[in-house]
Write a protein that binds this ligand. Structure first.
Ligand code: URA
Length: 210
């Protein structure tokens, strides 16, 4: 499985941002954040990109920020993780039948990668998807992640409309389920409630039980 190297320089803006963060916070991870991989998993969750004080600090996707709290709690509730999640990443958390990756591996300024950066990182997403031979469900957290997945399958965006709880057959075996991102903004504004997020995993479980 392809992972970007620690000093990846495909995206100038992201490399510069990483370097700024390295100067300001030399103890932070400040590098492309590797996915959490359980290679036999049937479920892959695809986020947007590391948060500056979350995954970019701790070096593990979703670890250390609000979105992670929601995601890891929900994964536990639905039996996709074992052990105890801690925000600093020093914990015994283990994913169970689930992997987590990001559409973009480096932290972007204002949490917003641009089109070229998303495209540059697509090769890693594609390779992550391909390496999961038992994959049955991909959960896309947010529109950017959804689009990146569709693009990595070389499908036309217009044939796959993003919407919370929308389901799309990507192959005979793999279903994409869209979800609003579990970001602080979305949960504070109630665009995404815990119940709505739970419904994504209820649907996931239903499919996996068939
Ligand atoms: N942290 C991540 O790793 N990804 C997200 O999409 C949000 C927070």
């Amino acid at each position: 499985m392809k992972e970007p190297n620690k000093n990846c320089s495909k995206c100038n803006r992201l490399k510069n941002f990483r370097n700024e963060n390295k100067k300001k916070h030399p103890t932070w991870f400040n590098a492309p954040v590797p996915s959490i991989i359980e290679i036999e998993s049937e479920l892959l969750v695809v986020g947007l990109a590391p948060g500056v004080t979350g995954a970019n600090r701790t070096g593990r996707p979703f670890t250390g920020d609000h979105a992670g709290l929601i995601l890891f709690n929900t994964l536990k509730k639905f039996g996709f993780s074992k052990g105890m999640y801690k925000e600093n990443g020093y914990d015994d958390l283990e994913l169970d039948n689930c992997s987590i990756t990001n559409a973009v591996r480096c932290v972007p300024p204002q949490n917003l990668p641009n089109t070229i950066e998303i495209k540059n990182c697509e090769t890693y997403l594609k390779s992550t998807i391909k390496s999961h031979k038992n994959l049955r469900i991909i959960i896309a957290l947010g529109l950017i992640s959804h689009k990146s997945i569709i693009s990595s399958f070389k499908f036309k965006q217009k044939d796959f409309k993003f919407g919370h709880k929308n389901k799309h057959d990507l192959t005979n075996n793999i279903t994409l389920i869209d979800s609003y991102h579990c970001s602080r903004y979305n949960t504070n504004t109630k665009r995404l409630t815990q119940e709505m997020f739970d419904n994504i995993f209820i649907e996931t479980k239903k499919i996996l039980m068939n």
